[in-house]
Design a protein around this ligand. Structure first.
Ligand code: NAG
Ligand code: NAG
Ligand code: NAG
Length: 806
């Protein structure tokens, strides 16, 4: 009911207002600015209504509002002034309405009058333009093009009309201008952004109203420039240089490259890698993707590579990249020992090279550089070689003295090379050099001269002595060949006496020597080496033949031969001790072997004659008496003093008479031709039979001994021949030495020619026949066998006890 009443009043009010405006009476209208202080007078109603001052209070004038509306003005009943009763805020009351009218009513009672009061509230510029926020954040990618527009929310001003926002101002900046259209404010990109230059831009946008005084509101537009990957990474240096000693350990950081990327986030996320590099580099260096550290992962050898040039790539997340160069120079470390190379070598070197001869060329190398490759070379002291520096790192190995293979035949030459690094390294090489032989040494005999002593009657082929010559040269240059120097001994070539074994130097007798023929002779033996040309030296070999008792005494007187018997006359008056005759005998041997002694072995009247043991003088032992037989026959044996001794016998006829004429019986004792002939045949036959018998026995014995007891036989033989011992002076005993030996040995030269028969003979000659047997068959025995020499004066001569030729 109340609502409908109000609506009614309002409808009526419109009408009244319409009417009042037309009549300008009855309704009142006041216009005043908002926000007047309380109590401010808006107008005088009493005056306007034409009422007395008192009438208002009398009539209980009051201001009413419609319904619940706040009463903004009141009436001063005393003076009828309409005053502001409450704060009147146009914006609060009317907002953006262009006109703001508050409707109040003045109620008068008695009579009830109702006056409408329209309060036109006028806007005052009491509000500033205001943006919704103090900060506007906008993000713009830096890659945004020029002319790009960005809408900004406009500012609001609660005031209306001129007091509302009239214009905008953008504070000067580099990039943006403002474009204000009716409803929209836009930032227009006037110049491209660069995040890397300015990452954030604060723009101050001011909104201005049209009031007076003018009010403004500002907003800070915070422009965040978003990154675009518009920047490639940039290295801090275009070229990084590092120096590194070779052999640096793995993991050593060589250099750290660094690149920055002005972009941010992924766009500025720089990773490093090598650009195009060889596999070698990849095996030696690594780069840390994130940190840019270049580290060693392999062996660094200055001698292989002295510097590395590596392209390093820095790449940001989205693929922009740039490059830098890393130059790593490697410094040398003395890690290579010098190497000694033998370039050429004369090996072996002849020992006769002159000092200063180049025998080898040596090259020394050190792979290091500078001081580390300066090499000094030397060889050990005690060799006759030196190193002579030649061009560059070549050296000649040169002899410094005379070489002698016979002293030192091999040299181990150690060549040491030391470089000048610190610490220095060194190495050495041993060169083995042999000295080749030159035939520079003649054979040299061990003795100045040689003497050989041999008993005569030696076996042909027997060894006399041996000569030895030494030649220190090598192989054939030191191979000694012995030979006899041609010459003559007693008119015969020397080779008929001796032979020398060319290889061994053993000298053999070629023939049997006869002391009685010559006692000594000299030969020259040459030792020659096999070099080319050969060298040789001579030595004298003196051969001394020593005597063997091989000659039986030879009786010169009485003459053994002929039919005419020498008969000595012995005077009847001869006293005891008178020299009657003398047996003269000689012995071709010498010394003891020629020392003769005389014995009367048989006499007609023993005791009548005596013979001087050594003089051979036959003397009467007593005075001759008449009773003594006129014919005296003596058999005298002449013995030498050899071992065994040899002897000869002879018969001597003595006639005791003072006058040759007194010897008519001479015929009796004279030679009876027939008889003597017969006797001779008998004797010869007997001797032959005996000899054959003897020979036969000897053969039997010999064969037996040879077969079963040969060693003993040899032994026996050796013992049985004491003549093997010969005193040195013995050979010097002078003798006649001109007598020819009755014995001729046939020389045999080869053992192969010793046939079994001959062998026997040779052993026979070797005196392997027991000597006592021989002795037993000595002349005396023969004499016994043949009995009295008296009966067979023709035997007349001598039995020679030595073994006859067979
Ligand atoms: C040289 O060296 C070789 C091998 O090492 C050795 O057999 C020889 O005896 C040495 N010679 C000398 C003269 O040192
Ligand atoms: C022997 O010496 C000669 C030079 O006198 C030399 O040429 C030769 O090689 C030498 N022989 C040996 C086997 O050394
Ligand atoms: C050896 O003797 C012979 C002959 O007398 C002589 O020609 C030669 O020069 C000698 N040789 C030496 C090395 O004495």
């Amino acid at each position: 009911m109340m609502d409908s009443k109000i609506i009614l009043f309002q409808t009526c009010g419109f009408h009244f207002l319409f009417l009042f405006l037309h009549s300008a009476y009855g309704d009142m209208s006041y216009s005043f600015p908002e926000e007047m202080k309380r109590g401010s007078v808006i107008g005088n109603m009493a005056k306007d209504l034409g009422l007395d001052r008192g009438a208002l209070s009398d009539r209980r004038a009051r201001i009413d509002t419609d319904g619940t509306d706040t009463r903004y003005c009141d009436i001063n009943l005393n003076n009828g002034e309409l005053i502001v009763a409450d704060r009147i805020d146009r914006e609060g009351l009317c907002g953006e309405k262009a006109s703001c009218i508050l409707k109040h009513e003045l109620v008068l009672e008695n009579p009830l009058e109702l006056h409408r009061i329209s309060l036109h509230i006028q806007d005052i510029n009491d509000n500033s333009p205001q943006f919704k926020e103090d900060f506007i954040n906008i993000e713009i990618r830096e890659s945004a093009d020029r002319g790009a527009r960005f809408v900004i929310e406009e500012a609001h001003d609660a005031d209306v009309g001129q007091n509302s926002v009239q214009q905008y101002n953008l504070k000067n900046n580099d990039n943006f201008i403002l474009a204000v259209d009716e409803n929209t404010i836009e930032l227009v990109l006037e110049k491209e952004l660069d995040r890397e230059k300015q990452q954030e831009i604060n723009l101050l946008l001011t909104a201005l109203d049209g009031g007076s005084p003018q009010r403004s509101g500002t907003v800070v537009i915070h422009v965040t420039v978003l990154d675009a990957n518009d920047n490639a990474p940039v290295f801090s240096q275009a070229v990084y240089k590092a120096s590194l000693p070779e052999n640096s350990p793995v993991d050593t950081v060589v250099v750290t490259v660094s690149a920055t990327d002005a972009d941010e986030g992924v766009n500025g996320d720089v990773t490093y890698e090598f650009g195009h590099v060889t596999d070698d580099v990849k095996n030696i260096f690594s780069i840390d993707r994130k940190e840019g550290q270049i580290q060693i992962i392999g062996d660094i050898d200055y001698e292989t590579t002295t510097s590395f040039e590596i392209r390093v790539k820095a790449k940001d997340g989205l693929g922009l990249s740039s490059y830098a160069k890393v130059i790593i120079s490697i410094t040398d470390v003395n890690d290579n020992a010098p190497v000694v190379n033998l370039k050429s070598l004369t090996n072996p070197i002849p020992e006769n090279v002159s000092p200063g001869t180049e025998v080898g060329i040596i090259n020394v190398q050190d792979r290091d550089s500078e001081n580390n490759r300066q090499v000094r070379c030397s060889i050990q002291q005690n060799v006759p070689f030196k190193l002579v520096p030649s061009i560059k790192n070549y050296y000649s190995l040169v002899t410094t003295g005379q070489l002698d293979r016979e002293l030192v035949s091999d040299y181990n030459i150690t060549i040491s090379a030391t470089d000048e690094g610190s610490p220095p390294l060194s190495s050495s090489k041993t060169v083995q050099l042999s000295v080749a032989d030159i035939n520079d040494n003649p054979p040299v005999f061990e003795e100045q001269s040689y003497s050989a002593y041999v008993s005569e009657n030696n076996k042909p082929g027997s060894t006399l002595c041996s000569v030895t010559a030494r030649d220190p040269d090598w192989r054939q240059n030191g191979t000694v060949i012995y030979s006899l120097l041609p010459g003559e001994v007693n008119g015969a070539p020397v080779s008929s006496y001796l032979s020398v074994n060319g290889d061994t130097g053993v000298i053999h007798a070629v023939r049997s020597f006869d002391y009685e023929q010559f006692r000594s002779f000299k030969v020259h033996v040459t030792a020659r080496d096999n070099g080319s040309p050969p060298l040789s030296s001579n030595v004298t070999v003196s051969v001394f033949v020593s005597d063997v008792n091989d000659n039986s005494p030879q009786i010169l007187y009485p003459a053994p031969e002929g039919n005419s018997f020498m008969t000595e006359l012995v005077p009847k008056a001869a006293h005891g001790g008178s020299l009657v005759s003398k047996v003269i005998a000689v012995d071709a041997d010498s010394g003891q072997n020629a020392w003769l002694s005389y014995h009367i072995v048989k006499s007609t009247d023993p005791g009548l004659f005596t013979i001087g043991l050594h003089s051979g003088e036959i003397r009467t032992q007593r005075d001759i008496s008449e009773s003594d037989s006129m014919k005296q026959n003596l058999i005298v044996a002449v013995k030498d003093n050899g071992q065994p001794s040899l002897s000869a016998t002879c018969s001597m006829y003595l006639l005791i008479s003072d006058n040759l004429a007194e010897v008519p019986e001479l015929k009796d004792i004279s030679y009876d031709e027939k008889n003597s002939k017969l006797t001779s045949y008998l004797i010869i036959a007997l001797v032959s039979v005996s000899t054959f018998f003897l020979t036969f026995i000897i053969i039997i014995l010999g064969v037996r001994f040879c077969r079963s007891r040969k060693p003993r036989l040899l032994f026996d033989g050796a013992v049985a021949i004491p003549s093997a011992y010969l005193p040195p002076t013995y050979a010097d005993v002078d003798g006649t030495g001109t007598l020819r030996s009755a014995y001729n040995y046939d020389a045999y030269l080869t053992t192969g020619s010793r046939t079994s028969d001959f062998k026997f003979v040779s052993s026979y000659n070797d005196n392997t026949l027991p000597a006592d047997q021989t002795l037993r068959k000595s002349p005396s025995d023969f004499a016994d066998v043949f009995g009295d020499c008296n009966g067979s004066p023709e035997v007349g001569t001598c039995f020679i006890s030595s073994v006859p030729n067979v």
